[in-house]
Design a protein around this ligand. Structure first.
Ligand code: DX5
Ligand code: ZN
Length: 217
């Protein structure tokens, strides 16, 4: 499968969100990555339902929602109603992860589990067959524009091996500090989906940057 690209809207110009989303629509991006932060699980607050709802009206790409919030199980119906395609919850926020995953699926969405940089991949061993995607954080969640943590490449490789060994088709997404150089390493290590925020939106020609990420070998 050719890898997928999910630009992260967190790095967009919030005064011109419509233009930025239309740019993503025109580009070769596969998904639009949307970061929801609550100021509790992560030391930052991003945006919530009214913004997400407005985005869903013009977004032609699949909405990939990354929840960096405590008690994500409380809001599953609301995210489904906003047109979410993939709903990612953090392993670190879910005491009853299995129940939460099935609630997401029953609401008609795909279910992803995100891991902080320090959380080992082997903790997903027993939930792996039940989930559609693993989201490996390659920075500490909370902010865009941070430095890529190199160990994420090794983590991606380990995750790839775990998935392949069991003949599963779970996707591996990597999020944080992705550019051409880190993106190439991650693809080589077995990543399926690359998220990129600042590298896309702060570039001179964001649409071209997305297309270049899509063409990465
Ligand atoms: C960080 C977010 C990321 C972020 C990526 O908490 O989950 O999706 O927007 O931004 P860059 O690509 O700039 O590191
Ligand atoms: Zn994210």
């Amino acid at each position: 499968m050719k890898h997928l690209i999910a630009p992260s809207l967190l790095a967009a110009d919030f005064l011109h969100l419509q233009e930025d989303i239309e740019m993503v629509n025109r580009s070769k991006a596969d998904w639009l990555h949307l970061d929801i932060m609550d100021g509790v699980f992560v030391p930052n607050i991003s945006f919530g339902f009214p913004v997400l709802e407005a985005i869903s009206k013009i977004c032609q790409k699949k909405m990939d929602v990354h929840l960096m919030i405590v008690e994500p199980q409380k809001f599953i119906a609301e995210f489904a109603a906003c047109g979410t395609y993939m709903l990612n919850v953090h392993y670190e926020t879910c005491v009853h992860l299995h129940r939460t995953i099935y609630a997401i699926k029953e609401a008609g969405m795909k279910a992803g589990v995100a891991l902080n940089p320090h959380t080992p991949v082997h903790l997903l061993e027993d939930i792996l067959p039940d989930i559609d995607m693993v989201l490996l954080m390659s920075v500490n969640p909370g902010y865009g524009g941070q430095k890529f943590i190199e160990h994420s490449v090794e983590k991606t490789r380990k995750m790839r091996e775990m998935i392949d060994r069991r003949g599963l088709d779970t996707l591996i997404q990597v999020d944080g500090g992705v550019n051409m150089e880190t993106g190439r390493k991650l693809l080589k290590a077995g990543a399926d989906v690359l998220v990129a925020g600042n590298f896309v939106f702060k570039s001179a020609d964001p649409e071209k940057t997305i297309d270049e990420l899509k063409e990465l070998q």
